[in-house]
Write a new protein. Structure first.
Length: 282
């Protein structure tokens, strides 16, 4: 398991027990290095002082908050620790909610919640109680330089925690309403049939990052001096007749279902050749 990113106490009512948080996922992508075009040597990042026109050692760098143009207040790490709220050391469940009450648009990062050794009973009790009541929990925790509102939910593998965005952090939606759009009952019925024909249980292992696979294949082909293959671009044409497009889509979907195969299941992960980066906690 990945290194813990937070440790402290989880409390509900007067019950409190120590837990640790572990990153539940880490995005994977092909990473490139910045090189000097002339000799392909690595480019290094240099901290530079514009005022003195010279590089600065990391030990001489401090954190500053700009309170007005060109004016800063220096803040020391120890000062930040002193003002940390209680949630830096303890998560207290504030309320329980139905999962359907929390819009997934608020979800930010996911973490596994694990009990410390010797305190599995209260952890198991909370997990089972949440499973049987079908409630999720809302709490607050301070980590990574901010206090997060989190949703804690039970899963077959244990308790999972999701940090959430605050309301003020969500971008206001642009106009996404239907306006004065008009459609016929027949078009709606065909659209519903198309949705139902494509309905299937969600199997996350069927989906793969095609772009990443293409980049890895590109690197392998260039490494061995082979000709680089090019993906055919997708052809997307504007819909002229929605009813006709729906009928053709439904017909195509039916043929695919009868053949017992899907485009998703055909995609297989490419052989990895790029060097993996070490895992880091989110």
């Amino acid at each position: 398991m990945a290194a813990s990113v937070w440790k402290g106490y989880l409390s509900f009512g007067l019950v409190s027990f120590p837990v640790r948080l572990f990153a539940a996922a880490r995005p994977e992508a092909v990473h490139f290095h910045m090189l000097h075009k002339k000799d392909l040597s690595r480019i290094k990042e240099v901290w530079y002082c514009a005022e003195e026109d010279k590089p600065v050692d990391r030990a001489d760098i401090v954190k500053g908050y700009e309170y007005s143009k060109g004016k800063y207040v220096v803040v020391e790490p120890e000062e930040l620790k002193k003002i940390s709220p209680p949630t830096a050391r303890a998560m207290e469940i504030l309320q329980f909610v139905r999962a359907s009450d929390v819009d997934p648009i608020y979800f930010e990062h996911s973490y596994y919640v694990a009990p410390e050794e010797g305190v599995r009973k209260p952890y198991a009790l909370l997990l089972r109680a949440m499973q049987e009541t079908e409630y999720d929990a809302i709490a607050k925790v301070t980590m990574h330089g901010r206090e997060h509102v989190v949703v804690i939910r039970p899963t077959p593998a244990g308790i999972v925690l999701h940090t959430m965005y605050y309301v003020a952090e969500l971008h206001k939606s642009r106009e996404t309403g239907t306006g004065d759009a008009q459609y016929s009952r027949k078009e709606l019925d065909l659209a519903k049939k198309l949705i139902e024909s494509l309905g299937a249980p969600f199997k996350p292992e069927q989906f793969h990052d095609q772009y990443r696979q293409n980049v890895e294949r590109l690197v392998e082909e260039k490494q061995h001096g082979r000709k680089v293959t090019v993906e055919k671009p997708a052809r997307v044409a504007p819909v002229v007749d929605i009813l006709q497009a729906l009928q053709r889509s439904l017909s195509s979907s039916s043929k695919t279902a009868k053949s017992g195969s899907t485009q998703v299941s055909k995609t297989q992960p490419a052989k990895k050749t790029a060097k993996k980066r070490p895992r880091h906690a989110a």
